[in-house]
Design a protein around this ligand. Structure first.
Ligand code: ATP
Length: 227
């Protein structure tokens, strides 16, 4: 089953073409990394998938439907721009987010899976950077999403926190759930994902398996990526 389908998608902003003819299919159960430098178009692509912005031309389908609208409850997201209610407790934040989803998971289960049980009664403002990222993950997971969209979820995390984060994210997604995540880090992309899509200047310049990226072509990609 195709979870995400993008066909010849263009997105123009005043003075910038953020995406320029993107074609992408993501199948159920795939873990796909979107790798690219600053300004490549990663966030724009995710905003299109979530229905936060509309394409200038081309089509986007999520689980067979137009993004946003009723399909939104089947998608979990972690965005860079996400603001958090600083004075609310961790448990309350996750519980409130869960209320928006008909199929929501148990709040305490989600806190346990994201290693936040000990922080559940604390306010958001007291969390460390890594704990904050895990809270954002808990918020993305509580709705039992079929598609998880994570925009640079491990930016600013140390190596050990990254590993824990990905262990939890992978263990927590429902059977067959699909993950699409953005990163600047080639090593993270090739270790976490099944497939790596490289974006530069709004275009997909490579779409390859993580294995191929690890064993061949890595230098070529580094050239694209660092150009
Ligand atoms: P980063 O790694 O820095 O987060 P990115 O790959 O997510 O970058 P985007 O944020 O999608 O890149 O930006 C792609 C291009 O579109 C950039 O040139 C950016 O300046 C432009 N852009 C994005 N959003 C807007 C906006 N709301 N208005 C104008 N230009 C925008």
């Amino acid at each position: 089953m195709t979870v995400l389908e993008m066909r010849d998608v263009r997105k123009d902003y005043p003075g910038a073409r953020a995406l320029d003819g993107v074609d992408l299919d993501v199948e159920r159960g795939e873990i796909v990394a979107v790798l690219g430098p600053n300004g490549a178009g990663k966030t724009t692509a995710f905003e299109l998938v979530l229905g936060l912005v509309r394409p200038t031309s081309g089509t986007v389908r999520v689980l067979g439907e137009r993004p946003g609208g009723r399909v939104r409850t089947r998608v979990g997201a972690m965005l860079q721009s996400a603001g958090l209610p600083e004075q609310t407790t961790v448990r309350e934040v996750v519980r409130l987010v869960g209320r928006a989803y008909p199929q929501a998971l148990d709040t305490d289960d989600v806190l346990a899976r994201t290693a936040l049980t000990k922080r559940a009664s604390r306010t958001v403002t007291s969390l460390s950077g890594g704990e904050r990222q895990r809270l954002l993950l808990a918020m993305a997971l509580v709705g039992a999403p079929e598609l998880l969209v994570l925009d640079e979820p491990t930016a600013a995390m140390d190596v050990a926190s990254r590993r824990t984060f990905w262990d939890q994210a992978r263990a927590s997604v429902h059977d067959g759930a699909t993950i699409l995540f953005a990163t600047h880090d080639l090593a993270e992309a090739s270790t976490v994902a099944d497939r790596v899509v490289v974006v530069a200047d709004g275009r997909i310049v490579a779409d390859t398996t993580a294995d191929a990226l690890t064993h061949h072509g890595r230098e070529d990609l580094e050239e694209v990526f660092l150009a």
